[in-house]
Write a new protein. Structure first.
Length: 115
């Protein structure tokens, strides 16, 4: 099982980034997918989630209206489009897959928002 995040980097406030998480080794379409983030010295927190059935989405209040989660089951990939980025969005972003209580984490990708 592998979850490989990509797309992180350094961006100025107000900028955009698109994170990708490529999955392999399990039946991606059956899994609910989510993005978490962890800032230095803080707990890992849910950013956005998307269900396996129906593609229902859920967002943390801090990112509503700025971030969009989506998935492409044909490509076994989940995305996080991040717009209007703020310095407080700086964190390591992790992809998470879960199905019937079994969960998998990616290794994370660093997002730094700074001028």
């Amino acid at each position: 099982v592998q979850l490989v995040e990509s797309g992180g980097g350094l961006v100025q406030p107000g900028g955009s980034l698109r994170l990708s998480c490529a999955a392999s080794g399990f039946t991606f379409s059956r899994y609910d997918m989510s993005w978490y983030r962890q800032a230095p010295g803080k707990e890992r927190k849910l950013v956005a989630a998307i269900t396996s059935v129906g593609g229902l989405t859920n967002y943390a209040d801090s990112v509503k209206g700025r971030f969009t989660i989506s998935r492409d089951n044909a490509k076994n990939t989940v995305y996080l489009q991040m717009n209007s980025l703020k310095p407080e969005d700086t964190a390591v972003y992790y992809c998470y897959a879960v199905f019937t209580g079994r969960g998998y984490w990616g290794q994370g990708t660093q997002v730094t928002v700074s001028s």
